[in-house]
Write a protein that binds this ligand. Structure first.
Ligand SMILES: O=C[C@H](O)COP(=O)(O)O
Length: 248
């Protein structure tokens, strides 16, 4: 069975109530390819509101969460809270969390484990910096980041999507070429086949993220190991609909 294409729109810390309403209206109008799974990554404060106005066919994700159910963790939200307002996904390990907020592989893994235990689906982000790519370390880095997730995911791979996002391509307008993205996705799948199982390697969906736009989405979507996108800037614009429909 083929892997279902999955496109996430990561709004990051953007939008206000009016803009968020407009984006949801655009998604409702679509039309969105019914064979594509669509998830929007919403600022925590708008999760409840977005959930109340968005069709159930579109998944709603938090952009982060903490690693335990509750307690004295000022400013944090738990997977239980995310579920309580009706959202069913969380984006974890995004490079902005790793670089700006200092999240290490181990913490990302703990968050992934707890989110899955609590019944959320997870978009787990990995990706190398420009310095690492230029130093020939791309594979080493993405394998290390993925390896840290393996015990956290256990036998829960069906609820995980991996997002490969080269840090140098995020918000920079520099997209990885389809070949560059495909190469990393294919080697990641090989690594998963050897280190987890051939079944997981074949079934897990790997998104590409980094300056995806309506103009480059089709070519990227045509790569055999690219199973969707995690879109930042363009997910705030009407062109997100074309990105969702890139496999049509
Ligand atoms: O999560 C999304 C990525 O960080 C990509 O962001 P971007 O599409 O603005 O480059």
């Amino acid at each position: 069975m083929g892997r279902k294409f999955v496109v996430g729109g990561n709004w990051k810390m953007n939008g206000d109530k009016n803009q968020v309403t407009d984006i949801v209206e655009t998604l409702k109008k679509g039309p969105l390819d019914p064979y594509v799974e669509v998830v929007v990554g919403v600022p925590a404060i708008y999760l409840s509101y977005v959930k109340s106005i968005i069709p159930d066919s579109i998944g709603v994700a938090a952009q982060n969460c903490w690693k335990v159910p509750k307690g004295a963790f000022t400013g944090e939200i738990s997977p239980a809270m995310i579920k309580d307002v009706g959202a069913n996904w969380v984006i974890l390990g995004h490079s902005e969390r790793r670089t700006i907020f200092g999240e290490k592989d181990e913490l990302v893994a703990e968050k992934v484990a707890h989110a899955l235990e609590q019944g959320l689906k997870v978009i787990a982000c990995i990706g190398e910096t420009l310095e690492e790519r230029e130093g020939g370390k791309t594979e080493e880095v993405v394998f290390r980041q993925t390896k840290a997730l393996v015990p956290a995911i256990g036998n829960n791979w069906a609820n995980v999507v991996i997002a490969y996002e080269p840090v140098w391509a995020i918000g920079t307008g520099k997209t990885a070429s389809p070949q560059q993205a495909q190469d990393v996705h294919a080697s990641l799948r090989n690594w998963l086949s050897t280190n987890v199982s051939p079944d997981v390697a074949n079934s897990v969906r790997i998104q590409y993220g980094g300056s995806v736009t309506a103009a480059n989405a089709k070519e990227l979507a045509a790569c055999p190991d690219i199973d969707g996108f995690l879109v930042g800037g363009a997910s705030l614009k009407p062109e997100f609909v074309s990105i969702v429909n890139a496999t049509q």
